[in-house]
Design a protein around this ligand. Sequence first.
Ligand SMILES: C[S@@+](CC[C@H](N)C(=O)[O-])C[C@H]1O[C@@H](n2cnc3c(N)ncnc32)[C@H](O)[C@@H]1O
Ligand code: SF4
Ligand code: SF4
Length: 364
Amino acid sequence: MSGRLIKKRENLKNMTKVSKTIYPKCLFSKKAKATYISHDGYIRPCCYVHRHNKTEVDEPWLLNDEHNIASGKSLSEMFSTPEYTDFFDRLRTGKDIPERCYEVCGKVQTNVGADHRKEKIVENKPRWVETVTQSYDDNYKVQKKLQVDLTHRCSLGCPKCMRFETNWTEPTTKKKYKFANHAIKKSELSISDFKKIFEENPHMGKGDVDFCGTWGDAIYHPDFIEICKIIKNAGAHINIATNGSRKRAEWWDELYNILDPINDSIVFAMDGLKDTADMYRKFIIYDDVITAMTKGVDAGFIKSRWSFIVFRFNQHQVEEAKQLAKNIGITFELVKSHRWDGPNDPYMPTKEWLPQSIIKEYNL
Ligand SMILES: C[S@@+](CC[C@H](N)C(=O)[O-])C[C@H]1O[C@@H](n2cnc3c(N)ncnc32)[C@H](O)[C@@H]1O
Ligand code: SF4
Ligand code: SF4
């Protein structure tokens, strides 16, 4: 390759990098973002740098085998490679950082971080708290909090989920897929991965494991209950975000038996009542979710929530859903989504149910 071509490629590669001051949440000395693991075993300093996003184009080394749990290395060994060391140095100096990091961490942060995608209101109170002064760690610490995209599986078809982005181009290979989930590797983390993580990181026993999911829904991992047992034996708390469908009542009994009702939680994502719940959450089973919520309340789970995204088709049911949540005994969380295909999106609710940023962006 000629020198000019190499230079051109180098320039292209750097085009999406920026040099700007950021406030990297992954290096906060207190309340840093959780360490993140993808369903196919890659480790990351936060869930914003998840699998198959543009940061992997800016930082191709993220996909080296040595940053995958299958390498046999411990999490701290993987975060200490020359590539990760350089990455954290760049975050601290704000030089040649991925644009994604600037998007996420380029503004003064609150002490819990800002969620740029949606606004949440729990029991009539916004979820975020005021800004506090932050200090930073010199080296990345494997956090006691872990976020995991446990599996590639999900039984639903929510059209705005990343799984169902259409005519999707995989960022690193540039290959086109009819639906984004066709590009996901059909692999998932194993029971032994969790054994190893907790043996090597005893401090994680004092933290939380969040099964939040980027590409899938954790409850469909065939060994989900076994994995939860390992985490509970290690002492950590568990938070699960799920659509709550297609699991038998006995399965929920078994799960609730393992979990701790005071410290663990389940967020049930269901956007509507019996007649509307499947309009966005395609194939959700309303009765399964109600059973799972009710069983949780009966078992004394005080932190679980019903998370309800407001759409045009369910906005008239918000009050009724709140009342139903009250009757069941579960906290109701209203979500004002940012995910719309422009101002004429037929799913979009009226202005009062939209976040301020969308009202501004679409000039509503
Ligand atoms: C990929 S899901 C994984 C967890 C689980 N399967 C679920 O749906 O909650 C991750 C998050 O995306 C959210 N989500 C899905 N569709 C959304 C939308 N249109 N607007 C905002 N958030 C959305 C879900 O509610 C969930 O919090
Ligand atoms: S987006 Fe980048 S800077 Fe921000 S927490 Fe994640 S890795 Fe760190
Ligand atoms: S339930 Fe969650 S993971 Fe499954 S399709 Fe819907 S948003 Fe995506």
